[in-house]
Design a protein around this ligand. Structure first.
Ligand SMILES: C[S@@+](CC[C@H](N)C(=O)[O-])C[C@H]1O[C@@H](n2cnc3c(N)ncnc32)[C@H](O)[C@@H]1O
Length: 356
């Protein structure tokens, strides 16, 4: 009894120290970034911009931090319930963290310049030798190299964590909960699982940490991000990656029992969303699950509605405004998915779909 109480306290102390330090670390980067952006703004000497205030409410920093704290409390409770293990340390330890911090801060002036001058087509190549879709060849988030370089893949996590006050990994971990529930009644080794648009593998690193025997494949349209994901999960077994377009995956019909899809749909043009939804329906077995995680939508948390208006203006997100009003139940319902559960997590929302 005394031992289990001690273990619990130790878990809480470790979790609190690690997650508290993350929020402080990325919060400090956010402040440093804002200062750098102001300097770039001054140096560019641009004509004054007309700023249209959002119609909906925007939560202040205190409210957002309280919501992040509530999410972390839920995250800890998931760990204590044994749904997934204690989040692992940062890749590369302290040295890796410092290296990524330096890279991030060195890159801020370039991102700021793009944002202030509206430069979001730097990676567009009209000859398009790789045949990637036109909508993909943009500097999403005004990021350097778009999705197309190792440098971008190395920077991505820091950029996203700074944006979400250190809560991005915790938001993604909410997708592990329905995974744990699905796998609880099954032999992991016999479950076919894929993460579509796996990015640089941050989520798959958590998946392999939680479910080491689950055969896993990550698909993404970026060679550089797939390579980065491969490197980050090198020490894990039964994990592979393939460069592929989510509109047309190189997979047989009804192949997967379980699929995750995280932060892809808000980056797809309205015409492409039904195509990808249909492709996900095609590759999942009847009775299988799609665990979908993406941005909050308008009305999910009314106090955040104004933030959802501001987000695509501050970060190049050309399809976001149409995404936040998309009826996801209808979009996925039309291709054969039923909603099993839905839950918000600060800036994100998780929906579990069952393939009918
Ligand atoms: C916002 S990131 C999310 C990455 C990852 N799921 C995460 O949680 O960090 C979007 C990812 O979608 C990928 N992507 C965008 N359009 C795609 C498409 N049509 N097919 C496959 N991947 C795509 C990008 O390369 C990028 O890695």
């Amino acid at each position: 009894m005394a031992r289990s109480m001690l273990e619990r306290l130790t878990t809480r102390a470790r979790f609190g120290a690690l997650q508290g330090a993350r929020v402080a670390w990325y919060g400090a980067h956010s402040m440093a970034m804002r200062r750098q952006v102001r300097q770039v703004e001054k140096s560019l000497d641009l004509p004054p911009r007309r700023f249209e205030p959002p119609k909906g409410p925007v939560p202040d920093q205190r409210r957002m931090l309280a919501d992040v704290a509530a999410l972390l409390a839920r995250d800890l409770s998931n760990v204590e319930r044994g749904l997934y293990p204690m989040p692992h340390d940062e890749p590369g330890g302290l040295a890796g963290l410092v290296k990524r911090s330096r890279m991030f801060l060195d890159d801020v002036p370039e991102v700021a310049r793009r944002r202030l001058t509206g430069a979001h087509q730097e990676v567009f190549d009209k000859d398009n030798p790789t045949g990637r879709p036109r909508y993909y060849m943009q500097n999403f988030h005004f990021q350097t190299d778009g999705w197309l370089s190792e440098h971008s893949a190395d920077l991505y996590d820091t950029q996203v964590e700074v944006l979400f006050l250190g809560s991005a990994a915790a938001m993604r971990r909410q997708a592990l909960v329905p995974m744990a529930e699905f796998l609880a009644k099954r032999d992991q080794r016999r479950v076919a699982y894929a993460d579509i648009a796996c990015g640089n593998g941050g989520f798959l690193r958590s998946v392999k940490h939680a479910f080491p025997r689950l055969p896993t494949v990550g698909f993404d349209l970026s060679d550089a991000y797939c390579e980065s994901a491969r490197a980050r999960t090198r020490s894990c077994s039964m994990v592979d990656y393939a460069v592929a377009n989510a509109e047309q995956l190189p997979i047989a019909e009804a192949h997967f029992d379980l699929v995750t899809n995280i932060y892809l749909f808000h980056e797809l043009p309205p015409k492409v969303r039904p195509v990808v939804a249909a492709e996900l329906a095609r590759i999942i077995k009847p009775g299988g699950r799609l665990i979908f995680l993406d941005s909050l939508q308008t009305g999910d948390v009314p106090d955040y509605d104004g933030l959802l208006e501001l987000f695509p203006r501050l970060f190049h997100e050309p399809y976001y405004t149409s995404y936040v009003t998309t009826d996801l139940r209808a979009l996925f319902g039309e291709v054969g998915f039923e909603v099993e559960s839905e839950r918000t997590a600060v800036f994100s929302k998780r929906i579990v779909f069952r393939r009918a």
